[in-house]
Ligand binder design. Structure first.
Ligand code: CU
Length: 276
């Protein structure tokens, strides 16, 4: 058997890939990770199975954990709508993990106990493994998605006493509020009261944009000549990121805004300081 991948000429793509793979399993690399001063992983010398699991775990969880929090994370809920989205996301992940685990279990049976499943016909594998096994899980997830959807768009959405008009244009957001019979506005900063549902009515003056504050709720298209509405509620005071989530031209990436939430009294004071 040829095992001379390491002798490929320098610059060879496959040779480099193979060296990188081998390096990751090298004791010196692991020693740097696990035994350096101040390393959070100061552990006894890891054995081969542990090494693989540790590296696999590190590679899997670092991007996952990094994505769970932050200004634009829909998993870092600051209101009931995003809480519903996050619950659904975790349920979908759990369902996908269960199906993945079952498929891997079947794969192990085929690899390691082939004699016990040899009598099962291919058609039976398809029906049992491809339909009977995943469909109940997928139906349960579908039902849960409908149930959570009611929190976002259905009868369970709270009635909003406050309305803000969000007007999009390339590449800014204007927010208009009613205050004692007059209209005040803010640009690229949306002020919201804490604990009160607010109806956001959005429209565009040029092309289609999309209004999205990930920590407070789902996204909604902002379309010229049309008014679309979404109800958002913030449960905590703070500032959150908002973005246009529909590509709208060269300035799209910079079409962001901030959401600042205030206590109800402070919200009114803030609006009083705004101009028309
Ligand atoms: Cu955009």
């Amino acid at each position: 058997m040829h095992c001379h991948g390491m002798k490929r000429v320098p610059g060879d793509r496959h040779g480099r890939t193979r060296r990188l793979f081998l390096d990751l399993r090298d004791d010196r690399v692991l020693a740097a990770i696990f035994h350096q001063k101040g390393s959070p992983f100061r552990l006894p010398t890891p054995g081969p199975p542990f090494r693989f699991l540790a590296l696999f775990g590190l590679s899997l969880f670092s991007p996952l954990l990094a994505g769970c929090q932050g200004d634009l994370s829909a998993l870092d809920a600051a209101g009931p709508s995003t809480a519903a989205i996050a619950r659904l996301w975790w349920a979908m992940l759990a369902g996908a993990a269960v199906i993945f685990g079952l498929v891997m279990a079947l794969l192990c049976v085929v690899f390691f106990a082939r004699d016990k499943v040899k009598h099962i016909s291919p058609q039976r594998w398809i029906v049992l493994g491809g339909i009977v096994m995943p469909v109940p899980i997928l139906l349960a997830l579908l039902g849960y998605a409908f149930y959570q959807g009611e929190t976002l768009f259905g009868d369970r959405v709270s009635d909003a006493e406050i309305t803000v008009v969000a007007t999009s244009r390339m590449w800014t957001w204007d927010f208009a509020y009613e205050l004692d019979g007059r209209t005040v506005t803010s640009r690229d900063i949306l002020h919201l009261p804490v604990g009160r549902p607010v109806r956001i009515e959005t429209t565009s003056v040029d092309v289609i944009h999309s209004f999205w504050v990930p920590r407070l709720g789902g996204k909604i298209d902002s379309i010229p000549g049309q008014v679309n509405a979404i109800v958002l509620q913030a449960d905590v005071e703070g500032t959150f990121g908002g973005i246009c989530s529909e590509y709208c031209g060269v300035g799209h990436a910079g079409m962001t805004f901030r959401v600042t939430t205030h206590s109800v009294a402070e919200f009114e004071n803030t609006l009083k300081k705004l101009g028309p």
